[in-house]
Design a protein around this ligand. Sequence first.
Ligand code: SAM
Length: 279
Amino acid sequence: MAAIDSLPPLRQVISDNGLTARKSLGQNFLLDLNLTAKIARQAGDLSQCDVLEIGPGPGGLTRGLLAEGARRVLAVEKDARCLPALEAVKAAYPGRLEILNGDALELDVASRLAPPVRVVANLPYNIGTEILVRWLTPGKWPPFWTSLTLMFQKEVAQRIVAQPGSKSYGRLAILAQWRADVRIVMSLPPEAFTPPPKVHSSVVNLTALAKPRYPANPELLSRVVASAFGQRRKMLRSSLRALAPDIEDRLLSAGISPTDRAEQVPLEAFCALSRTFEE
Ligand code: SAM
């Protein structure tokens, strides 16, 4: 296949810069630039967008994003060993790449981006869920991003897109689907990465809705859902009893049978139940 740019192959970049993968930083690198360009394409047209990438590492996905035409990429990398490799990418794409050395969980990146913003990342597995939950629970909605295109362990991806009745259905599915359209767009085997992780991976696309899918107060919804799934094997009339003495009436008014378990209840009904706590 044709090279996507004139920079050296990633295997060479890694050996030239001594980038031995560190497990503590969730470093499983993608070395196939045609694959990283394909991941970049899953995020849609990037030519009018700022792209936030968390964890560029040696720059494989960064190069994919730039080669696919991203207007500008802000890449946040914790591992200072990766900076020389990223500086070389910056030089090859003048004025289009900004590199920030630091912890993505601690830096305020939204203020450095101009809308519309798409987030595209092969996330380190150890911070993936935490950072996704932060992006889905900002102080105000809509958030700073219009879409998230993120690599997760397959099991986490399945929890994001899960439907009622499935074992994966829980707090993450409700949180994500309440505020975004979600879809698994790619699946990758362990061998796609260097070193290969133990598990399969999937890329999930989340597109922010202009407003949440059903009316609900975020704190109340979160409290109801946390209580319901905290004891997911129990019937809701008992797992939610601590929330209100009249919980059975509230469940019935939200169209939920008090003998149902959390994993049977659709998002819309959880929102209706949370609204009974609004007064
Ligand atoms: N994007 C590269 C690729 O696809 O080959 C590397 C992906 S690797 C799974 C995750 C990257 O995130 C590593 O480069 C790691 O150093 C970086 N990283 C880990 N924790 C981070 C954090 N808290 N903030 C920013 N980057 C982090």
